[in-house]
Write a protein that binds this ligand. Structure first.
Ligand code: SF4
Ligand code: MG
Length: 335
C-alpha cells in the first residue's frame, strides 16, 4: 500500500502565560492510499490539534511546531508557507468539521461554495463548476440537486448541511479527507447515513480518510485502522480487529468499556474514572498513570516505548515490555 501521509515524531505546543501546553507530544503514524484511519481519544487528547496541524490551520502563535514532520507528497507540511498551503488545502487535503454551520458560509449559496474551490483549484468556468456542483450534490445524496444547489445553508437540514460540506470537501478529489467528529452533532439515524456515505465515497473516489472521533462505536463501521490518543500521545495503533478484539492498552480497554473492575455494574464500566493529564505539566512517564488500574512504579517515571505486537499493532504500555516487573496481565473481556 502506498503511504500518502507520514507523520513522524510530531510535537505541537501552545504558548500560554504560565507554561507551554504540549498538546501533541511526539506522535508518529502513517496514512495509506484509500484507507480510513480513525484517531480516537477524549477531548484534550490532541487528536484535533493533530488534524489541524496537517491542515495547517493551528493558529501560530500561540501554537507552534516543536519538532517532527508531516510528509505529504515527499514534502514537509510543517515547513510550508501559508501561500503554499493554500494550494494544498481544499485541493489535496480537505477537511470536514463537526458543525457545518461554522464552516459553511451562511451568505453564499451551497452551489457557489462548491464552485469557489473548483474555480480556484481546477480553473473551471462558472458553468462547469455549476454542473460539477450538481453532480457532487448527487454523489452525496442530496435530493433535487438542481434546486438545492441554489439554496443557502440555512435552507438545509442538519444532515444535509453535513452532506453539503462533504461535497465541498470532495469537490477537487482530494487525496486526503480529514473528518473531525463529523457526526457528533447529528442524531443517530443521520449519523449512520453520513458514515455510510463516507464509506461509499471511500470506495468510489478512493480518498484516504482520517476520521477524528471520541467514539469508538463510530469507528467500527468505517475505519480500517485506529490510532488511540491519550495525553498528546498515540498509546495504541492497530487494525479494526486488533483494537476491538485484542486491545492491549488499558486506556483502549477503558474506551471499549471493557476495563475489568471489581464491584461494578455493567453501565459503570463505560466511564473511565479520573481526568486526563494537565498538558502544561505533562507526566514524565505514561500519561495514563493516574487513571490506570494496573499502574506500576516504572510507569510513573518512564514513558513506555511502543511494543510491536504485529505488523499493524503497536502499544505503548509497560505491561507489554519485557523489562518491566512481571505482573498478571488481566484478561480483556471485550463484548
Ligand atoms: Fe497503565 Fe503503566 Fe501501561 Fe501506563 S504503562 S497504561 S500506567 S500499566
Ligand atoms: Mg512515520
Amino acid at each position: 500500500m502506498k503511504k500518502i501521509l507520514d507523520v513522524n515524531d510530531l510535537s505541537v505546543s501552545f504558548e500560554t502565560y504560565g507554561a507551554d501546553v504540549q498538546a501533541v507530544r511526539g506522535i508518529s503514524f502513517e496514512l495509506n492510499e484509500g484507507e480510513t484511519l480513525a484517531i480516537v481519544g477524549e477531548s484534550g487528547s490532541g487528536k484535533s490539534v493533530t488534524a489541524h496541524s496537517i491542515m495547517r490551520i493551528v493558529p501560530m502563535p500561540p501554537g507552534k511546531f516543536v519538532g517532527g514532520s508531516i510528509m505529504f507528497n515527499g514534502e514537509d507540511l510543517t515547513r510550508k508557507t501559508e501561500t503554499q498551503m493554500q494550494k494544498i488545502r481544499g485541493k489535496e487535503i480537505s477537511m470536514i468539521f463537526q458543525d457545518p454551520m461554522t464552516s459553511l458560509n451562511p451568505t453564499m449559496t451551497v452551489g457557489n461554495q462548491i464552485a469557489e474551490s473548483l474555480i480556484k483549484h481546477q480553473k473551471m468556468t462558472k458553468k462547469e463548476a455549476h454542473l460539477r456542483g450538481i453532480e457532487l450534490l448527487k454523489v452525496v445524496g442530496i435530493p433535487n440537486p438542481e434546486t438545492r444547489i441554489k439554496q443557502y445553508p440555512h435552507q438545509y437540514s442538519g444532515g444535509m448541511r453535513q452532506r453539503a460540506m462533504i461535497a465541498i470537501a470532495l469537490a477537487c478529489n482530494p487525496k486526503v479527507l480529514i473528518a473531525d467528529e463529523p457526526t457528533t452533532a447529528l442524531d443517530v439515524t443521520i449519523q449512520a447515513q453520513i458514515l455510510e456515505l463516507m464509506r461509499e465515497l471511500q470506495v468510489k473516489i478512493g480518498t484516504a480518510i482520517i476520521l477524528i472521533t471520541h467514539d469508538l462505536g463510530v469507528v467500527a463501521s468505517v475505519a480500517s485502522r485506529v490510532a488511540v490518543m491519550y495525553g498528546g500521545k498515540i498509546v495504541e495503533t492497530g487494525n479494526i480487529d486488533e483494537i476491538f478484539y485484542n486491545p492491549k492498552h488499558p486506556y483502549t480497554w477503558g474506551l471499549l468499556g471493557s476495563m475489568p473492575k471489581l464491584n461494578s455494574r455493567k453501565e459503570e464500566l463505560l466511564a473511565i474514572p479520573g481526568s486526563p493529564p494537565n498538558l502544561a505539566d505533562p507526566p514524565k512517564g505514561c500519561p495514563f498513570v493516574t487513571r490506570c488500574p494496573y499502574a506500576m512504579k516504572v510507569c510513573k517515571e518512564h514513558m513506555p516505548e511502543h511494543t510491536h505486537l504485529s505488523d499493524t499493532q503497536q502499544t505503548a504500555c509497560w505491561l507489554l515490555d519485557e523489562r518491566a516487573p512481571k505482573v498478571d496481565i488481566p484478561e480483556t473481556a471485550v463484548v
